[in-house]
Design a protein around this ligand. Structure first.
Ligand SMILES: O=P(O)(O)OP(=O)(O)OP(=O)(O)OC[C@H]1O[C@@H](n2cnc3c(O)ncnc32)[C@H](O)[C@@H]1O
Ligand SMILES: [Mg+2]
Length: 203
């Protein structure tokens, strides 16, 4: 049976500041407070699964067990049709530099270099949100946002691969639009809507 979320605070099991900002804003609409994984010094678990839900489950369960508090993890990524869905679950890995830092400009340039020869510009973002309780119970949700990849990348807002993605029905990239607009139509918002319908009390 689906388990309702009755707690008013939860641990957000992410080390990505851009995601944390967006998920915290979604939770704030339901008056749920966020404790960050960073502030608890939680370790970064290895993401060994090959699905978004699988990796979000690893992260959420690790945080819930370590903190003894309900935890929410987000595993997400960018997929390009001409690349058979790559980088997909390896989206963060494509940005990883030898020194451990991330270079998203280089990662976006790699996507463009590999995909430019195909007339198919379709692309999408996916977001798995997984809630985990300290007793091991989990609830998972998957949201997607479909559109096209564009080049050159454009816009300064958002994070990650936002500058090279224009959602269907929009003219601006995720990085050009007002954060509130991205917030209304994103893969993360779609997953959160499912979570809130299943686990949060009606407002
Ligand atoms: O695992 P955590 O600590 O949560 O943080 P992470 O950055 O490693 O997150 P993922 O493993 O889920 O990798 C997701 C990748 O997809 C990118 N990404 C996810 N959502 C995005 C969004 O809304 N806009 C742009 N890029 C996004 C993000 O920058 C990462 O490179
Ligand atoms: Mg990660």
């Amino acid at each position: 049976m689906t388990r309702a979320l009755t707690e008013k605070r939860l641990v957000l099991a992410t080390h990505n500041a851009g995601k944390a900002r967006e998920v915290a804003a979604l939770l704030a609409e339901h008056a749920i407070e966020v404790i960050t994984a960073g502030s608890l010094g939680l370790p970064v678990p290895e993401e060994t699964e090959n699905t978004f839900v699988g990796n979000a489950t690893i992260k959420a369960l690790a945080a819930a067990r370590a903190s003894n508090t309900v935890s929410l993890a987000d595993d997400s990524g960018f997929s390009v049709a001409a690349l058979d869905g790559a980088p997909g679950v390896y989206t963060a890995d494509w940005a990883e530099q030898p020194d451990g830092t991330r270079d998203y400009a280089a990662a976006m340039a790699k996507v463009e270099r590999l995909a430019r020869h195909s007339p198919d510009r379709k692309a999408w973002f996916s977001c798995a949100l997984v809630l985990a309780w300290p007793d091991g119970h989990v609830e998972s949700f998957l949201g997607e946002s479909h559109g096209v990849w564009v080049w050159p990348a454009r816009g300064e807002k958002g994070f990650g691969y936002d500058p090279m993605f224009v959602p269907d029905g929009e003219t601006q990239s995720f990085a050009e639009m007002d954060p509130a607009r991205k917030h209304a139509i994103s893969h993360r918002a779609a997953a959160f809507r499912l979570l809130s319908e299943a686990c949060l009390p009606r407002r």
